[in-house]
Design a protein around this ligand. Structure first.
Ligand code: AMP
Ligand code: MG
Length: 353
């Protein structure tokens, strides 16, 4: 009798325990996650994402999976470091004798890839070739690419020039067999826009996406405050130089402070090439940050402004009202800053080298 009573009691306890666990599972799966924020690696750099809309755990898992998939797609389209990517295959098309015989005149690509090349050519035209997606042979020559190219610059220049690539529907054409594309100056921005689109299509409107320093924000942080972005001090150990509010839209930065090589005399040369000369760009700009509604546009234009230098670059932004820019300039032992009127800068500071 006593035994059956204590058995009954323990069953009751087990039931109550199970109900509590079930309740907690249901409760937490409907409860949104506060400010989920995570990091990862893509396109040879890091990315970070924060969503301020409290997605539920299951939604968050779905978004993360969709973002990973989207980033892998962009990489498979635009990485010159991946020999099987669409861009690498286009670059080999006609250049390698075996392919020359096999393929027709046009090279078919995915609609997304065609759209990015079309946009890149448009920005190349608008910046008078300061941004030029055909610089690949020069990028390789100067030691910043996936391949080595020891041919003299004058020879390589025969394959450089944005007018040497055409997009027709979803096919690309090259003017001569040696023409190759490098979309590194626009691909990170494109990746940021693509990830933002994934988050938006999942129904969220308040978030921040960043890939290798290129950023898109949407809406606000959880407490309704605007997102704040730091611009790096243009030195190899870069700390935050300037913080600013970015409430919607994209921002991208180009500079010579992270990716450079040293000449024998100790002077440095940058990974950004001046397509007009075929040489690494000699610029008074240490870094330039550009704002635009699409991060892809900000990315390409930032590279172009670095090539133009601050005087020409500033004039260019003033005549293109859809862009704003902050230039950080080399100036003796210090940096000086120069911002266009719409750039949301709070206070200008000057830092020592
Ligand atoms: P970013 O960091 O966005 O300025 O892009 C620089 C990268 O784009 C370089 O590492 C090269 O791969 C490529 N690049 C260099 N110079 C140019 C240029 N003038 N136009 C377009 N892409 C370039
Ligand atoms: Mg760029």
């Amino acid at each position: 009798m006593l035994l059956t009573m204590s058995l009954r009691k323990s069953w009751k306890l087990i039931w109550v325990g199970a109900c509590v666990v079930l309740f907690l599972i249901v409760f937490f799966s409907f409860q949104g996650v506060r400010n989920p924020s995570w990091r990862g690696l893509t396109m040879g750099t890091s990315y970070s994402i924060t969503i301020a809309d409290r997605p539920r755990p299951a939604e968050l898992a779905d978004i993360k999976a969709s973002i990973e998939k989207r980033l892998a797609e962009v990489d498979a389209q635009m990485s010159t470091w991946n020999p099987d990517s669409e861009i690498s295959k286009f670059n080999d098309f006609k250049r390698l004798p075996a392919l020359r015989e096999l393929e027709g005149e046009n090279f078919s690509v995915s609609p997304e890839f065609a759209a990015v090349v079309r946009r890149a050519l448009k920005i190349a035209a608008a910046t008078d070739g300061a941004f030029d997606p055909t610089v690949k042979p020069l990028v390789d020559h100067w030691g910043f690419g996936a391949q080595a190219d020891a041919e003299p610059v004058a020879e390589l220049m025969k394959a450089v020039g944005w007018q040497k690539v055409r997009v027709e529907n979803n096919a690309l054409l090259k003017a001569n067999p040696d023409v190759q594309l490098d979309l590194s100056a626009i691909a990170k921005g494109y990746g940021v826009d693509a990830v933002a689109e994934v988050i938006r299509s999942s129904g969220f409107t308040n978030f921040l996406v960043e890939i290798g320093g290129e950023v898109v924000t949407s809406g606000t942080k959880e407490n309704d405050e605007p997102w704040r972005i730091g611009i790096e001090n243009p030195q190899p150990d870069g700390e935050i130089f300037q913080a600013l509010e970015l409430s919607g839209g994209g921002m991208a930065t180009s500079g010579d402070y992270r990716n450079f090589r040293l000449r024998e005399d100790g002077t440095r040369y940058s990974h950004i090439i001046d397509p007009a000369t075929g040489m690494p760009a000699e610029s008074d700009v240490a870094s330039v940050s550009v704002m635009a509604s699409a991060c892809m546009d900000a990315d390409a234009v930032a590279t172009a402004l670095f090539v133009m230098g601050s005087e020409k670059g500033f004039q260019w932004v003033e005549t293109h009202p859809e862009f704003e820019a902050l230039f950080i300039l080399h100036s003796n032992q210090t940096f000086t800053t120069r911002a266009t009127s719409g750039f949301p800068i709070e206070e200008l500071t000057t830092n020592s080298h």
